[in-house]
Ligand binder design. Structure first.
Ligand SMILES: C[S@@+](CC[C@H](N)C(=O)[O-])C[C@H]1O[C@@H](n2cnc3c(N)ncnc32)[C@H](O)[C@@H]1O
Length: 354
């Protein structure tokens, strides 16, 4: 199969397509992209008949920044009989690899969300039929996806369960913690879930660790750190929420984060400062190079037109600097669901002993 359907945040189709195309090219998989702005998806069409299937075998989904989900799919199926969708779509499904379950999903747009109910009810009806007929088998390693553009227009395909997003629409939904002082809190929580596997949380996100939050006010990210029983130095000229200060776990410094140099290294440094990405990445690189923190999660704000080139050049700056300094690290970046015009980056120094 040569069509690869990519879900993304509406408005980021170009970045999503450019990144996947580039990564495919590096694997010798050539093709072109089709997209329409603000639709929440893009399509990579390979010149090779099995190009999309090869892409999901050879690329690591986790390495993609702008793609929320990917599906190896058939070309668009239009004019489906709305009186009997199951019958109309069944032959297409039978041509796919065996799958374990079916997800019917809309795009993450206003029109898409209006189709959510239809997707849920059609999905459960079709799943029942597919299971009865033995088309869905629980032990299969792929998941069947139907991406619904309308009640009669679909993309149908599959994604490898172990190399794709484990959430419908590729969206990690989190409940807003009522005690947190700002909605931004969900960005750090999602980042931790995305970058750090659950079984490693006790090692990396644990009680008693020392953290610094650059650009902390009013304290959504600090709240997450405090919630994990860390001791937090919050740096911001703006006020921190009283509820956080009352915990006794937060020290608030009204200083310029770009001028702050710690006396003692921190386990964690997080940064949500709204500033030029080139300025933020230099600060982040300095912290890592100086060993002022062991691990960091930070945002790069992307209000500019050339977002993907900007991201690449910022990450390349950090990587080149650390590589030249002989520092061993692990870096990952993601356009998270709770990110808007920004991406989130995670870097951990390896073999660091503070
Ligand atoms: C997006 S807000 C941070 C929100 C915070 N993460 C939360 O969850 O509540 C950005 C913050 O960065 C602060 N800021 C901007 N430039 C700064 C600087 N040079 N030093 C310290 N703080 C700065 C602003 O005052 C603002 O409070």
């Amino acid at each position: 199969m040569n069509h690869l359907l990519l879900y993304c945040r509406p408005g980021f189709e170009k970045e999503c397509a450019a990144e996947v195309r580039e990564q495919c090219e590096q694997q010798g998989i050539y093709g072109y992209c089709k997209l329409e702005e603000n639709t929440g998806y893009a399509l990579f069409v390979s010149h090779q008949p099995d190009g999309a299937a090869l892409a999901v075998e050879q690329l690591r989904f986790h390495d993609l920044i702008f793609t929320r989900q990917w599906i190896v799919c058939l070309p668009m199926i239009e004019g489906v009989d709305t009186q009997d969708r199951v019958e109309s779509l069944m032959p297409h499904v039978r041509g796919l690899p065996q799958c374990s379950e079916l997800w019917v999903e809309p795009a993450d747009t206003t029109e898409g969300r209006e189709m959510q109910r239809f997707c849920n009810s059609f999905g459960s009806a079709f799943s029942q039929v597919l299971r009865k007929q033995g088309v869905l088998q629980r032990q299969a390693t792929d998941r069947l996806h139907i991406f619904a553009l309308s009640g009669s227009c679909f993309y149908i395909g599959y994604a490898p369960i172990k190399n794709s997003a484990p959430w419908p629409m590729g969206i990690m939904r989190l409940k807003f913690p009522q005690q947190a002082p700002s909605r931004s809190t969900l960005k750090l929580e999602e980042a931790w879930h995305w970058f750090i596997p659950e079984h490693q949380w006790h090692q990396y996100i644990s009680s008693g660790k020392r953290a610094v939050d650059l650009g902390a006010a009013p304290g959504g990210w600090t709240w997450q750190l405090v919630n994990q029983n860390m001791f937090v130095t919050a740096i911001d000229n703006g006020p921190m929420a009283d509820s956080l200060m009352e915990t006794g776990q937060v020290k608030h410094l009204t200083e310029d984060a770009f001028a702050f140099h710690p006396q003692k290294p921190f386990d964690w440094m997080v940064c949500d400062i709204v500033d030029k990405p080139t300025r933020v990445i230099k600060l982040m690189t300095q912290w890592l190079q100086e060993g002022w923190c062991r691990e960091t999660v930070f945002n790069l704000k992307l209000p500019m037109k050339q977002r993907y080139p900007e991201v690449k050049s910022c990450l390349a700056y950090l990587q080149t600097t650390l590589n030249e300094a002989g520092i061993d690290y692990r870096l990952a970046a993601k356009h998270l669901y709770h990110d808007r015009e920004e991406i989130t980056v995670h870097v951990r120094l390896l073999g660091y002993h503070g």
